[in-house]
Design a protein around this ligand. Structure first.
Ligand SMILES: Cc1cc2nc3c(=O)[nH]c(=O)nc-3n(C[C@H](O)[C@H](O)[C@H](O)COP(=O)(O)OP(=O)(O)OC[C@H]3O[C@@H](n4cnc5c(N)ncnc54)[C@H](O)[C@@H]3O)c2cc1C
Length: 448
């Protein structure tokens, strides 16, 4: 690899590192590695960088998104960092992890996020009308190929989960899906164990059916009181932001089914979701922590026609590493950032961000994880002299990608794409414009 002009004061180490994934974890990892004097190439599945910061965060958080984009572009402009978008490293992808490991890089830092989908494994989950939240957020944030997904919400949508991702999905439906009459939030435990934050829920609290919410608290009053919780206080907390107006008109009602676990999805003759069979729960006190839940053996069917899982994400084993408890397995019982296989650390392979701990926190947490992880990577590299092969690793990568027919989009091409999209947005008077397919993106870049 040709060593290009380094930042003042930082000597080139001769090490070459491939970072896989250009979400927040990959971007901040790349910066930390380049700052230590290593040559870095970022390889990213999506043509554009950003990961969930680009394709997950709710579309109207424009200020947050553009602030992150600016930071990412600053990183991509660093002299020791190169970018290759539109390249998937996985079994069945453009290149396998084993092939990448054979190219001579001094180390690999894997920051591919948590691309697997987590369901509950219930009977009927294959019915039409069952979605995973991540697929939906990719769809409404226009990440190819999810842009083409045939999403059809019915009239009553159940969302399983009580975190901020549930709120994002409900928010989208409330403002953009006029055919939906009701969003039913299914919560295994009670209102005190909700995970969403006050700021996020304030975007949709005006759509709460307050009468129905009060009745629901009444229904579960005995279970709440049995563990010393205050039903009135909880109702007041739940409705605290109901007077914050929605950012657009909506007739959608949002209701909650607390202490309720889905146990099966029922489908109609056409194979579409027709209801969800649920079990009602009681709260079970736990020493020093939040109460758990226990099924009461009382079942009923709620008439819904769409089901969304917002219960977190899992890592995708197609990357080619063993999966541990929270993400891909790492050494020292998960305390290290080095990958682990067969009980031993994998030489030169590290994991950061949601790949290491799936669904763990916000962008700031992913950044922190990457920066702490790279302290370990940098120490590991500092203890080793660069192999002669590191100098040619980038060229071998490009040759291997050409050999398998991949067409990576480098920094300049992606910058042109962003300029074209920005110009389209301005011309069409839109907040933002995004091409819906990789082919359209590539064609737009070529036409310039
Ligand atoms: C719906 C939703 C809303 C959120 N809203 C907010 C919010 O408002 N504010 C906030 O701070 N945080 C928010 N977060 C959390 C935030 O997005 C994450 O903390 C952060 O993006 C995790 O970063 P990451 O780099 O580990 O993974 P990701 O952001 O998922 O990035 C992974 C990257 O790896 C690439 N990749 C995947 N597989 C491969 C492969 N096989 N080969 C090559 N590249 C690959 C992808 O293209 C992607 O660029 C939200 C998350 C979700 C799911």
């Amino acid at each position: 690899m040709v060593v290009r002009s380094a930042k003042a004061g930082v000597e080139a180490t001769g090490h070459a590192v491939a970072v896989v994934g250009a979400g927040p974890a990959g971007m901040f990892a790349a910066r930390a590695l380049a700052a230590a004097g290593h040559e870095v190439v970022i390889i990213n599945r999506d043509i554009k960088p950003g990961g969930l910061a680009e394709y997950g965060i709710y579309p109207d958080k424009i200020k947050m998104k553009s602030g992150l984009r600016k930071q990412f572009w600053k990183i991509l402009e660093e002299p020791r960092i190169r970018y290759l978008g539109g390249v998937r490293v996985a079994e069945g992808g453009d290149m396998t992890l084993k092939e990448l490991r054979g190219l001579g890089f001094s180390a690999l830092v894997l920051a591919v996020g948590a691309q697997g989908t987590k369901l509950l494994g219930l009977p009927g989950e294959q019915a039409e009308g069952v979605y995973h939240a991540k697929d939906l957020v990719y769809w409404y944030n226009r990440l190819p190929p999810f842009t083409d997904m045939a999403v059809r919400f019915g009239r009553r949508v159940a969302i399983v989960g009580v975190g901020n991702v549930m709120v994002d999905i409900a928010h989208w439906i409330v403002l953009n899906e006029p055919g939906v009459e009701e969003v039913v939030i299914l919560c295994r435990r009670g209102p005190a164990e909700r995970k969403y934050t006050p700021k996020e829920i304030s975007y949709i609290a005006a759509a709460f059916d307050r009468e129905r919410l009060a009745a629901e608290i009444e229904r579960i009053r005995p279970q709440l009181e049995a563990v010393g919780q205050d039903p009135e206080g909880l109702l007041a907390e739940l409705t605290a932001s109901c007077d914050v107006p929605l950012s657009g008109p909506s007739a959608v009602r949002v209701t909650f089914e607390f202490l309720t676990s889905p146990v099966a999805i029922e489908a109609d003759e056409a194979g579409r979701v027709a209801g969800v069979r649920v079990e009602r729960n009681a709260l079970v006190p736990r020493e020093g922590g939040e109460p758990g839940s226990r099924g009461l053996g009382q079942f009923e069917v709620l008439p819904i026609d769409t089901m969304v899982y917002a219960i977190g994400d899992s890592v995708d084993p197609a990357l080619g590493l063993p999966v541990g408890r929270d993400g891909f397995a790492t050494a020292q019982g998960g305390d290290s950032y080095q990958a682990e296989e067969g009980g031993a650390p994998v030489d030169g392979v590290f994991l950061v961000g949601w790949s290491r701990r799936a669904s763990d926190g916000l962008v700031g947490k992913a950044r922190q994880d990457a920066e702490i992880g790279c302290v370990e990577v940098n120490a590991w590299l500092a203890a080793r002299a660069p192999e002669p092969a590191a100098a040619g690793a980038f060229d071998r990568l490009m040759a291997a990608l050409a050999g398998c027919g991949a067409d990576p989009m480098a920094t300049e091409a992606v910058r042109r794409l962003v300029e074209i999209e920005d110009a389209r947005a301005e011309a069409e008077g839109l907040e933002e414009f995004k091409f819906g397919t990789d082919a359209e993106m590539r064609a737009a870049i070529l036409q310039i």
